[in-house]
Design a protein around this ligand. Structure first.
Ligand SMILES: Cc1ncc(COP(=O)(O)O)c(C=O)c1O
Length: 422
């Protein structure tokens, strides 16, 4: 949270989003519900654009983090494209008005049909992750007489020191191609229909120091040099992926500005590689995590000897990250309380023991049934991972923009459950 986020947090004793009280939002839309602050989102986006000044670059938002139409439209207005991983995401982005020329296609298992669609739509570039995928793409491009821009996803074998489930740039991870595999692929395809002019990277998510990014970028530039030296082609596009952390637990992580300094060091006007590459970025979390909150109500309190629980009306189906990665999120009572504290588990109503948002969290003592709770920083990998497990309709999404409240998505309906069943 920075100074510009002042309107996001406690004011007058209650949690507010751009001046909207959590209790008013809950009364208007019921709980659980996702609430997003437009100004926090735009702050992150504009800061990233600013730090990239002087570098020939494009930002492709990793829409898996949050594919909401409203969000994609806002980002499109800011000149941002998308990084997508399926034909479904492509259709979503198209519907939000994102031009195909601003789409990059990542993903370790694209189908032939998806590659055909990407080629026919003439998207900006396709990030290829394996030799077999390249062969399929090559066949399709040749048949269609097309010349798609390809970025080979380079697995630089760099440890991002993050949760193993969101680490992607190690040799043991399924993602990308090693240096050797890339050199061999280029060697055995001297006359490809594709424009193999790009390298792409994405070494993981929630990366909390700059060193892994620095190492991966250095290795990618070295590989581009080697490709040229061996006369295997010329790399003109470097897609650096996403991965920048946000301070979920309040501990310091590199800021967007720190990340920008690193990119300026490698590619800015005073660097030796300035102008050599068009730089792509695929941020997800660092743009959208902090703008989202999940507002939920305490259904029940359970007090046992030495153990206390708050059972919330939001569950792991609404917000999966804590169950999936044991991720930490700031959690507040929506009404500011002072005084004594207690250790308590905040859990959902889903029939799984992993349906737990926080264990032994220090919270104000005596939070009671019916009170509102706010789970912070859920704008990335929140609603995008929500599902209807346990027969629970998807929560609504509300965008607050100054005095306006916009329903981005209505609450799911129970009748949706069997809509497509025979
Ligand atoms: C290929 C690719 N690019 C970008 C991202 C976005 O990462 P983050 O949300 O950490 O910025 C991901 C996330 O997993 C990804 O797989």
């Amino acid at each position: 949270m920075n100074a510009k986020d002042r309107q996001y947090g406690f004011q007058g004793g209650e949690f507010q989003i751009e001046g909207c009280r959590a209790s008013d939002l809950a009364a208007a839309h019921q709980t659980p519900l996702y609430v997003y602050s437009t100004s926090v989102l735009l702050d992150r986006v504009r800061r990233l654009k600013k730090v990239m000044q002087g570098i020939d670059s494009s930002i492709f938002f990793a829409m898996k983090a949050n594919p909401a139409q409203k969000l994609l439209k806002l980002l499109h207005q800011e000149g941002i494209g998308v990084d997508l991983v399926s034909a479904g995401e492509m259709a979503r982005a198209e519907r939000a008005g994102v031009p195909f020329s601003k789409m990059v296609f990542s993903g370790v298992g694209k189908t032939a049909e998806e590659l055909e669609t990407a080629i026919d739509r003439k998207i900006h570039s396709i990030n290829v992750e394996s030799t077999s995928e390249f062969a399929v793409l090559e066949k399709i491009a040749t048949l269609r007489n097309a010349t798609p821009l390809v970025a080979l996803r380079f697995n630089p074998d760099v440890n991002p020191k993050t949760h193993p489930y969101i680490s992607t740039g190690l040799r043991e991870n399924k993602f990308g191609l090693t240096r050797r595999e890339i050199l061999a692929l280029l060697k055995s395809n001297p006359k490809t229909a594709c424009r193999v002019q790009g390298l792409s990277l994405h070494i993981g998510s929630q990366i909390q120091t700059l060193k892994p990014f620095d190492d991966a970028i250095r290795k990618a530039i070295e590989l581009a040099d080697e490709i040229e030296k061996k006369k295997l082609g010329r790399i003109t596009f470097l897609d650096l992926g996403g991965g920048l952390a946000i301070p979920y637990d309040g501990k310091k992580v590199p800021s967007i500005e720190d990340y920008g300094k690193l990119l300026q060091k490698h590619f800015g006007p005073r660097s030796k590689n300035h102008g050599r590459f068009h730089i792509g970025l695929e941020p997800g979390r660092s743009l959208v995590a902090e703008c989202g909150s999940l507002v939920t109500r305490v259904l029940y309190r359970k007090d046992r000897e030495g153990k206390h629980f708050l059972i919330l009306d939001a569950g792991m189906n609404d917000f999966m990250r804590p169950a999936l990665y044991q991720s930490y999120h700031g959690i507040h009572s929506a009404k500011k309380r002072s005084g004594k504290t207690e250790k308590i588990d905040l859990v959902g109503p889903v029939c799984e023991s992993s349906d737990c948002f926080a264990k032994n969290r220090v919270m104000p003592r005596g939070i009671s049934e019916g009170e509102l709770i706010v789970i912070r920083d859920v704008g990335a990998y929140g609603m995008s991972m929500a599902n209807d497990y346990n027969g629970r309709p998807l929560p609504p999404e509300i965008w607050v923009d100054g005095s306006k409240q916009i329903v981005g998505r209505k609450r799911g309906k129970i009748s949706d459950f069997w809509r497509d069943e025979t």
